[in-house]
Write a protein that binds this ligand. Structure first.
Ligand code: CMC
Length: 430
């Protein structure tokens, strides 16, 4: 028999169904509460609100578990690739070799941008942030594919989603080249997804970039580890926009904007800026940690803490292991890695961080790998966006495939002035 919760307000009792997820998570379904009682629930920042039921990613924040479609992130990191994982997230199963071949072919066929889009890139000023260019250009790209405006069509969704995953990589690389005043490098169909991105970023018209397999693998892993993370700020944004039935590219452009903030995807850039500052000032990390604990300083230990994880972020664990390996392979001796390790060590033994269960998150070490590869700091959040694209698309598809999905429209508790009357401007100065 299904469980019920009881809520008593003002002597009246309301029965509320309890929904149980496949991992035995329990949630009280309050969707009919207002109709029956006139009451709404209030949860600033949604920290205790399930906004949807979803079958894409599972997180157990207490245990530090992350699974995509049931598969542990550690297994995917070891055995899969970003593109195979993207397929898994979007379509719900690991692809057969034929499905994977078809998906890869679609990505290759759609890697170019319409030539006229180059004029749009020219409109941005030098040094424009690549995240601004990325979101604008994803939205602009929708104008070149007018069938998107017909709304979600299951029969052409495969093409639209492959188009987006493929083109976002080209737009990202072009944004970087533009922001540095460098000539654009076109994609090469012989390269696989991540190699092609590195080629467009770092090749020159007169010389191809030397694609080291370990560098390609490291970046592919970063994409894979970022590919989904259930109802985070940007994914919730994508779902919010999708619920209005906006097109896939518009939803993704909104996701990029939400990701940009330093409390979300922008944290990877903020971590490196923090480590550079510590290095510059010759601090051993203790001054920064003291500041991060002092609310008045306005500083936080970037790359630490998470709304859901109250344990070590499993993605951070994988990236930390990779950091040593990649830096060794590239013969890089980045002093920031030593500072990051020292900071982590100090924070993990500090009562403030222990009490609040603040552990390193995915952003704490990812920037160090990206620096070692040669990715410029302003591109870090763009890399996150490329990686997160399959997760956004999977969430978009989930909404569109749900016959009963409704527009997202939260309520509020109004705390503004009660009814008052308009005062004519001539009477306001007296
Ligand atoms: N440094 C210092 N104190 C912190 C930190 C931090 N990084 N994170 C949280 N706290 C404190 C916070 O001040 C509060 O203390 P108190 O209880 O005394 O008021 C307590 O811990 C709880 O923090 P919160 O702000 O209520 O937690 P939240 O769930 O709203 O925020 C967070 C989560 C990730 C925004 C936050 O931990 C943070 O700002 N971290 C730094 C930015 C960062 O690394 N973001 C990347 C997140 S992971 C990738 C992603 O999802 O994009």
């Amino acid at each position: 028999m299904s469980q019920q919760a009881e809520l008593e307000v003002g002597g009246k009792v309301y029965q509320l169904p309890v929904v149980v997820g496949t991992e035995n998570e329990h949630a009280i379904d309050i969707s009919k509460l207002r109709d029956e009682s006139g009451l709404i629930t209030l949860d600033d920042g949604y920290s205790n609100t399930g906004s949807c039921s979803s079958a894409i990613a599972f997180i157990d924040g207490e245990k530090g578990v992350l699974r995509y479609r049931g598969i542990p992130i550690e297994e995917l990191a070891e055995k899969s690739t970003f593109i195979e994982t993207a397929y898994l997230l979007i379509y719900g199963h690991l692809p057969t070799s034929q499905e994977l071949r078809r998906f890869s072919e679609l990505l290759t066929q759609n890697e170019m941008l319409h030539e006229d889009m180059k004029f749009h890139f020219e409109g941005f000023p030098p040094n424009a942030h690549p995240m601004a260019i990325l979101s604008s250009m994803i939205n602009a790209a929708s104008c070149f594919h007018p069938r998107l405006m017909e709304g979600y069509q299951p029969r052409n969704f495969e093409l639209q989603s492959a188009r987006l995953i493929s083109k976002v990589r080209t737009i990202a690389a072009f944004s970087y080249r533009k922001s540095r005043g460098l000539p654009i490098v076109y994609p090469k169909p012989v390269y696989k997804y991540t190699a092609n991105f590195l080629h467009m970023m770092f090749s020159e018209p007169y010389q191809d970039y030397d694609l080291k397999p370990e560098v390609v693998r490291a970046l592919d892993l970063i994409f894979l580890l970022h590919a989904d993370h259930e109802q985070n700020c940007s994914t919730s944004t994508v779902r919010m926009i999708a619920s209005s039935r906006a097109n896939l590219f518009a939803c993704a452009a909104g996701g990029v904007c939400a990701l940009w903030g330093p409390l979300h995807g922008g944290a990877n850039q903020a971590v490196i800026e923090m480590l550079e500052q510590i290095h510059r000032e010759g601090d051993d990390g203790s001054k920064f940690i003291a500041d991060a604990k002092d609310k008045k300083s306005g500083k936080r230990l970037m790359g630490f803490g998470h709304r859901v994880y109250k344990n070590y972020d499993p993605r951070a664990k994988i990236i930390k292991e990779q950091c040593d390996r990649i830096l060794h392979l590239l013969r890089s001796d980045d002093p920031l890695l030593a500072i990051a390790k020292k900071l982590e060590e100090a924070a993990m033994h500090d009562e403030y961080f222990i009490e609040r269960k603040l552990y390193p998150n995915v952003d704490f070490y990812s920037g160090i790998i990206m620096r070692a590869i040669g990715i410029p700091i302003e591109m870090f959040t763009v890399i996150f966006a490329i990686g997160r694209m399959p997760g956004w698309i999977a969430n978009y598809k989930e909404i569109m495939d749900e016959p009963n999905s409704r527009i997202y429209r939260p309520r509020q508790v109004y705390v503004g002035p009660r009814e008052q009357h308009y005062v004519a401007i001539t009477q306001r100065d007296t």
